[in-house]
Design a protein around this ligand. Sequence first.
Ligand SMILES: *Cc1c(COP(=O)(O)O)cnc(C)c1O
Length: 522
Amino acid sequence: MTINQGGWRPEMGAASNDDAGATYTGNKALMLEEALLFEIGDTQTTGVDFDDVAGGVSRLGGLERNKEIGLAGLTEPQAVRHYTRLSRQNYAIDLGLFPLGSCTMKHNPRLNEKVARLPGFADIHPLQPVDTVQGALGVIAELGEWLIRLTGMHSVAMSPKAGAHGELCGLLAIRSALEARGDAREVILVPESAHGTNPATAAFAGYRVENIPANAAGRVDLDALKARLGPDVAGVMITNPNTCGLFEPDMKAISEAVHAAGGLVYCDGANFNAIVGRVRPGDLGIDAMHINLHKTFSTPHGGGGPGAGPVVFSEALTPFAPLPFVELQGKQYVLVEEETAGEHHASSFGRMAAFSGQMGMFTRALTYILSHGADGLRQVAEDAVLNANYVLRRLDGVLDAPFGASGPCMHEALFSDKGFAGGLSTLDLAKALIDEGFHPMTMYFPLVVHGAMLIEPTETESKATLDQFIGALRSVAERAKAGDESLKAAPVHAPRRRLDETAAARKPVLAWRAPGQAEAAE
Ligand SMILES: *Cc1c(COP(=O)(O)O)cnc(C)c1O
């Protein structure tokens, strides 16, 4: 049996899953199985009832299709049910806690959605004359001002479309600044605990990446960093708070040392939720930092998008920031699309995207910011940190917290698999959490901790939800420590059990073939 042929059938359920609960339909209670569109419909029937077009004259100049298109013909109810069933197979923040560390899966307020759907924001086109989209440009400008104010930085580029895109934007600005002073440098230093996007971005921007070790307290080893600085180092990429959920108290000293050695400082601001309203990165000597609107400012994410990763810049990098940018000239918002003399964008490195950025995310983020206000945003950070510390301390003695002894964490609680009985792993615990009705936490990241489990509850979870989650975690952790081998079979209640994730990643089956069609076509 191969995955690309045929849907899920009860005999598969029983055979491949050794599942005593297999049913005739493959459905499990009201969790419905769903086959592919091509398996539900066929190419011979059609859900609509049009007369054949007779005597039409093609104006496509010989480019018209000359074969059957091969799409399954479905009725409207079939199509609606297909997608509704698939949507029910998603776990979502609207269903329950999403404890993924480093992802800030907070509630997406409905007010954001209402504003984003206003026709004046939702139905406009990026090529419309600017005098017809003054309100939208005003949103971009006002959001940008908030981001500058909250970070204490000098300017902002709104167009990057996600955190990783923002990183690239920041590094391209750093590269331009260095080249402008005739000082091409080759190396970017990245801490061992960094998110994978940091070294990937640096390599993509043409730099050689070197690691900076962490010290015993889970922070950047300042002495090791200083020892490595020199005329070949273009800059550093530091995440603060870092991916161990810890604040980097030496950030100012790091910035000073990097600047003294002629380099620039990039900060990965994905964890801004922990410090928004409390710490201004601009005060820490940072030159460029991206902000994940889809994390800190509650715009929906997961499933790959959309995101938005505006980048704030120091004065030194401002002239190199990308185009376009929005500027208020008199009473009119103007979209500046070319380099301008003066302080802003005089030596822009170019564009990150065709247009101005993710408008739908901008309206949601600004709505979120305005509905909280400055004091509300500060409380966001405080409550996010409080919730994470509640999880950390309630699991004292249950799960090993590698940096738990060094004091409170920021917005994420980090645990390891130390103390699990032989043969049982973080993966087994995560799979057992699925049976308990929880999406697992981030696993095996950061890499500096063995069997890492990174939990970020965010400020939007109630104490009652956290207590239930902690209870579930406590239960599965105790099973892991006691050597309960049944954990290896988890999840037992999910429609799919343990999938071959490596094969799925390495040999993805991306095209459907009708049963019997040769595999050799691959
Ligand atoms: C999420 C995240 C990123 C990448 O952001 P995307 O929007 O997913 O590209 C980078 N660094 C850290 C620490 C993150 O948590």
